[in-house]
Design a protein around this ligand. Structure first.
Ligand SMILES: Nc1ncnc2c1ncn2[C@@H]1O[C@H](COP(=O)(O)OS(=O)(=O)O)[C@@H](OP(=O)(O)O)[C@H]1O
Length: 227
């Protein structure tokens, strides 16, 4: 595994292991995620986590937690992160998704400090389509709030060059962001999902007609989660 350099310590916390601390009378407890969907924004991450949560072995966090990328959350420490996790049975896998993690340069090191063996799911989409989807979301948000917006042509190009400073475009530079992750995690811990395949229609079915993801994580795209 590539060695991570020493960095500032994590904020005050309990032991950064997978030891659950909060239990519920029905036998469920909150545990740190064994799987994080790290991106990409507009890559179909909501569909992916919803699909995974259909499986009885998976407990998914409802909201994007933004623990590793937002300082105001990170400063609260791992106990706060744990408190954001869903109640799960001990044999369930906990998963959270925060697509902004993929493009935030400080995140890989922080996740590695918490758990160097964690499994990361990254759903990628055609980078050009992703930029358009990203722009469209921001466009409609601004429109609803009666804020000014810029036409896409004016943000994509600056001084006759592709504008790499435009955030939505920068997020599609997968190669650049991937370099940060590979400093801390081996490729075998980063499972890349192809957006085109998630979007290919109904989920595969087993011989009894049940959705494969409901009857077992038999779909080879997700087998790695159980290894
Ligand atoms: N089942 C399925 N498979 C693949 N893609 C799907 C699926 N369902 C939704 N979508 C499309 O995913 C886009 C939203 O992506 P995210 O959920 O990652 O968005 S976000 O970053 O959390 O805002 C968004 O893309 P655009 O419509 O192009 O904006 C959704 O339409």
């Amino acid at each position: 595994r590539p060695m991570a350099d020493e960095g500032p310590p994590l904020p005050p916390t309990s032991s950064p292991t997978n030891n659950p601390t909060t239990s519920h009378p029905n036998g469920t407890l909150q545990q740190f995620p064994q799987i994080i969907i790290i991106g990409v924004r507009k890559g179909g991450t909501r569909a992916l986590i919803e699909m995974l949560s259909l499986h009885s072995a998976v407990a998914a966090a409802q909201n994007e937690v933004h623990f590793f990328d937002w300082e105001s959350h990170f400063e609260k420490g791992l106990p706060w992160y744990l408190s954001q996790m869903p109640y799960a049975f001990p044999d369930q896998l906990t998963v959270e998704k925060t697509p902004a993690y993929f493009t935030s340069s400080k995140v890989p090191k922080r996740i590695h400090q918490m758990n160097p063996d964690i499994k990361l799911l990254l759903i990628l989409r055609d980078p050009t389509e992703r930029v358009l989807s990203d722009y469209t979301q921001v466009f409609y948000n601004r429109l609803q709030k009666h804020k000014r917006y810029q036409p896409i042509e004016s943000v994509l190009v600056k001084d006759g060059e592709i504008n790499l400073g435009y955030k939505a475009l920068n997020r599609s530079l997968y190669y650049v962001h991937m370099q940060n992750w590979l400093k801390y995690f081996p490729l075998k811990n980063i499972h890349v999902v192809d957006w085109g395949r998630v979007d290919q229609g109904p989920l595969p079915r087993d011989e009894k007609g049940g959705e494969v993801l409901k009857t077992g994580i038999a779909d080879k795209r997700f087998k790695f989660l159980l290894q």
